[in-house]
Design a protein around this ligand. Structure first.
Ligand SMILES: Nc1ncnc2c1ncn2[C@@H]1O[C@H](COP(=O)(O)OP(=O)(O)OP(=O)(O)O)[C@@H](O)[C@H]1O
Ligand SMILES: [Mg+2]
Length: 282
């Protein structure tokens, strides 16, 4: 599942982290989070800087999925792109069911600022082998995991293409503001018109940032009554909550926040149950 919207700040990372962390434990599924955004906010939200630096030094980041070695210049791409690494080599275990079934765990392929160079290289023939390598890696993950969630960056870039090529579903967070439906329409059109996609992923829309009081439902009503997007919009939405807010003082998941996680857990559970049936997870 690609969590995608070309619009920035709509909650892609918040949802990738907190909804899919809960999907792992509530449904007891093998979940993999992939941080495909060069800004790597997802990684920063759940790993301390010290841990991240140590994983990066071991080559445990998304960069190793794309290329074997970092070339001398950040604007160069390796000329020989070999087979992708195994998931074991590049992932970090974030959570696991201790005694019951250690196979059921939550893994993360940490992000890497090094990916930023792909947005500066125009030659598609240079990047094509990297896209193929990423696809092969995700194909391998498909065998090992019940669900792979890819947190995308907010632009229509090479990385967006990489995610769309492997995704069976696209989860689009949408804020209830006046520009959202327009953005959704553009994204839908973009996916429909992309020539490289042989299989079009299914769109799912999740409203994020709904106010708990004084909420104006105009945009939500328009979205739900839209013939294209209404049926694709999840019935449950995510409210604005301090618990979900990224804060400098907390590294980890919202539902794990001591004394506060309970505030958001019921709503996230409802979203997880909807995703379960939409995705056919047993
Ligand atoms: N439901 C929510 N309640 C409170 N804060 C939220 C909520 N959703 C998102 N935020 C906050 O809004 C900001 C943007 O969210 P987030 O980083 O998840 O968006 P994004 O779509 O991943 O952004 P980008 O396009 O930069 O990758 C963050 O500071 C996040 O903590
Ligand atoms: Mg993000």
């Amino acid at each position: 599942m690609a969590v995608l919207n070309m619009k920035g700040g709509v909650g892609k990372t918040t949802i990738s982290a907190h909804v899919f962390r809960h999907l792992y434990s509530h449904l007891r599924k093998r979940v993999l989070l992939v941080d495909l955004d060069p800004q790597f906010n997802l990684t920063q939200a759940v790993l301390t800087e010290k841990k991240y630096e140590s994983h990066k030094a071991d080559g445990r980041t998304i960069f190793s999925v794309m290329e074997d070695t970092a070339p001398a210049s950040i604007f160069k791409v390796t000329s020989t792109v070999g087979s992708p690494p195994s998931l074991d080599q590049v992932s970090v275990k974030l959570r696991q069911f201790q005694n019951t079934n250690p196979e059921i765990n939550l893994l993360l392929v940490p992000g890497d600022f090094g990916l930023v160079k792909y947005s500066m290289i125009e030659a598609t023939n240079v990047l094509a082998p990297i896209k193929t390598r990423f696809s092969q890696f995700i194909e391998g993950c498909r065998q090992e995991r019940d669900l792979v969630c890819i947190d995308c960056n907010p632009s229509s870039s090479f990385l967006t293409m990489c995610a769309l090529q492997v995704a069976t579903h696209v989860l689009v967070p949408v804020r209830p503001d006046r520009y959202s439906i327009l953005g959704l329409r553009m994204l839908n059109r973009y996916i429909a018109d992309l020539p490289i996609l042989s299989r079009k992923p299914a769109l799912m829309v999740l409203l994020n940032g709904v106010k708990s009081s004084g909420y104006d439902p105009t945009v939500e009503n328009a979205l739900r009554s839209d013939p294209d997007f209404g049926p694709a919009t999840l019935a449950n939405s995510l409210h604005i909550s301090r618990v979900l807010e990224a804060s400098p003082g907390y590294t980890g998941f919202a539902t794990d926040k001591r004394g506060q996680g309970w505030r958001v857990t019921p709503r996230i559970t409802a979203i997880v149950m909807e995703l379960k049936s939409a995705l056919g997870l047993t």
